[in-house]
Design a protein around this ligand. Structure first.
Ligand code: AMP
Ligand code: MG
Length: 349
């Protein structure tokens, strides 16, 4: 009798939410899934005997989060927030977590991250297909409606001033990456890699025979987006890129406009960077940071990295230089002829 109780307890310890054992020796099983969601082509790859149910759970989670976080779908939580007309609205723990990270990174970046730019993004046409340069008056007027400092979130109740609208596009995929990795882990998967557009996230290492190796993640060359300029090797980390090549248009004079706006002037952020990759443990935080650092520009991004101490980064400047932060330098390999240098913790090194 005693033995039965003991083994039942032991079994419970190893059972996960998918009802599977966490011990997973069948690493040679690999399953992949291609998903189009959140306006992005996503690719999921899981190893081991629980890969199938993990991919199923992951896809359900992505669909649920898309339904919740979409700014355009009239059934979404963000849509309800944007149409609350100044009244408080109760939000899910997911949305609350995203809003808290947005607030945190906004503080760290002196306002570079601004989720209430949505009306201005609409004026530029970045949320629709009618891309255009708005008039100076329109930019000034829509910018006046943006002010994240007026967003109130107290005990899961969110209040926006009337006329304000938010868009979580800068962080939603990062949150989704964390959630997908969590679903896979719950199913007993210990090795997986997912790519949600510019967001790559690794669970564990890559099985190679009996050993585990780091995953190699390519970083897109912003000057030739169908090639990589380098790779980083990671395990259990998120690698999140914001780049000016991801969504842009040209006017009749050939000027380029892209989708990351500077809250200072309401125009595409042009502060010396064309691509920012952030490497760290949380997809949500890395995603918020990649957008914020892009807006901050080269010098402020460097200061931000030194002050925070919990992430690494690879920057590409508008004059085609690659800057790799010290903590990831050993794991970075250049695969292009773009010149690169290492940013040191000690500025005088
Ligand atoms: P990401 O690709 O993560 O850098 O996110 C870019 C998306 O964030 C854009 O497509 C917009 O929806 C939104 N966005 C643009 N500029 C900002 C900004 N300064 N702060 C927050 N969100 C922004
Ligand atoms: Mg981002």
């Amino acid at each position: 009798m005693k033995r039965t109780i003991l083994s039942a307890a032991a079994l419970l310890l190893f059972l996960t939410a998918c009802g599977q054992s966490a011990d997973d020796p069948a690493r040679d099983t690999v399953r992949t899934a291609d998903v189009f969601a959140m306006d992005t082509y996503m690719n999921l790859k899981a190893y081991g005997s629980h890969a199938d149910e993990a991919l199923q759970a992951a896809q359900e989670r992505i669909a649920g989060l898309e339904q919740m976080l979409s700014v355009t779908n009239s059934g979404s939580e963000v849509y309800a927030i944007n149409h609350a007309n100044g009244k408080p609205i109760s939000v899910s723990p997911e949305t609350a977590a995203i809003l808290e990270t947005a607030h945190q990174v906004r503080m760290e970046s002196n306002g570079a991250l601004c989720i209430s730019l949505y009306p201005l993004l609409k004026a530029w046409g970045f949320t629709t297909d009618s891309l255009q340069v708005p008039s100076d008056e329109t930019i000034a007027a829509e910018l006046r409606r943006a002010d994240d400092d007026q967003i109130r979130l107290i005990d899961g109740e969110l209040t926006l001033p009337e006329g304000m609208e938010i868009d979580l596009g800068a962080l939603a995929k990062g949150y989704t990456g964390d959630a997908v990795i969590e679903e896979m882990r719950k199913c007993g998967v210990t090795s997986a890699i997912i790519s949600l557009g510019g967001n790559v996230q690794a669970l564990g290492g890559k099985p190679e025979g009996d050993a585990l190796e780091p995953w190699s993640v390519g970083i897109t060359n912003p000057f030739a987006p169908d090639t990589n300029f380098g790779i980083v090797q990671v395990q259990d980390q998120a690698v999140v890129t914001s780049g000016n090549y991801e969504r842009f248009f040209k006017d009749d004079d050939g000027n380029l406009y892209w989708h990351i706006l500077d809250p200072e002037d309401g125009r595409p952020a042009d502060n010396g960077l064309v691509s920012v990759t952030v490497i760290g443990s949380s997809g949500l935080r890395c995603d918020a940071l990649s957008t914020a650092l892009f807006v901050e520009g080269t010098e402020r991004a460097e200061e931000h990295w030194r002050a925070a101490g919990d992430f690494e980064m690879v920057l590409v400047t508008s004059d085609a230089k690659v800057l790799v932060s010290e903590g990831i330098a050993d794991a970075f390999t250049s695969t292009s002829d773009l010149p690169y240098e290492v940013l040191h913790y000690d500025e005088n090194a």
